[in-house]
Design a protein around this ligand. Structure first.
Ligand SMILES: [Zn+2]
Length: 228
């Protein structure tokens, strides 16, 4: 937003930090610097051997996997996730994607990535929310890295809203049917980074990756904002 317009609006509607509620500085968005520093950021020491990659190990062949920070219930991270998942704050998803990319870029994470593929959202959920939060995160990453977002190659076929009530095996079966290639040529031979908001058991990410493998990408990599 234009600086002067933002300053004018701030006089009447001061923006508050989503976590601590203090008024934000003009240089801050959504979350103040202090709260941002206190987020439970995960180490970027290894892209191939870390807590995120362990969730996917053995499920499918892939290169790198990282999560930006730990997702804990009753924490500042949960406040942020609820804001972009359930309260319509799509700008926050974009902002967090950009923030994560700023951390990963100097570590060389994006050097061998050709496209960012947000985990598709089921059409019914998309209509309800108005946007795909994974797509907004990927768009934020793209704004920092210049790497294009690929959101036409893969679609989600069925909703799996009841997933949390099922055990790991049932979840695997459920999500296996959930993705379908729509345009394989878009990712054939590409180095693809799958982007999602949260990595839990890894079943959904792995199912997404399995569907992508049928399109013969050069390599597959995974990123999640939060590691539950
Ligand atoms: Zn704050």
């Amino acid at each position: 937003m234009h600086y002067h317009l933002r300053r004018f609006l701030d006089l009447w509607f001061p923006s508050l930090c989503l976590v601590c509620g203090r008024p934000l500085l003009l240089s801050e968005q959504h979350i103040c610097m202090a709260c941002c520093h206190q987020l439970p950021w995960l180490s970027l020491r290894s892209f191939r051997d870390n807590a995120a990659s362990l969730r996917l190990a053995g499920r499918l062949p892939f290169g790198k996997a990282v999560a930006a920070f730990k997702y804990q219930k009753e924490s500042s991270v949960q406040v942020l996730f609820e804001a972009f998942k359930y309260h319509g704050n799509s700008h926050l998803a974009f902002y967090l994607g950009a923030m994560a990319a700023h951390r990963l870029l100097p570590a060389g994470f994006f050097e061998d990535i050709d496209c960012l593929l947000p985990l598709p959202l089921h059409a019914a959920k998309f209509r309800k929310r108005g946007y795909n939060q994974a797509e907004r995160i990927a768009a934020g990453m793209s704004s920092v890295t210049g790497i294009p977002v690929e959101n036409k190659a893969l679609v989600r076929q069925r909703a799996n809203a009841t997933q949390t009530k099922k055990n790991r095996w049932q979840r695997q079966v459920n999500v296996d049917e959930a993705f379908a290639l729509r345009d394989a040529a878009r990712i054939e031979g590409k180095r693809v980074l799958v982007v999602d908001d949260v990595l839990t058991t890894g079943a959904t990410m792995a199912a997404c990756g399995q569907s992508l493998l049928a399109a013969s990408p050069a390599s597959l990599h995974f990123f999640a904002l939060g590691l539950a």
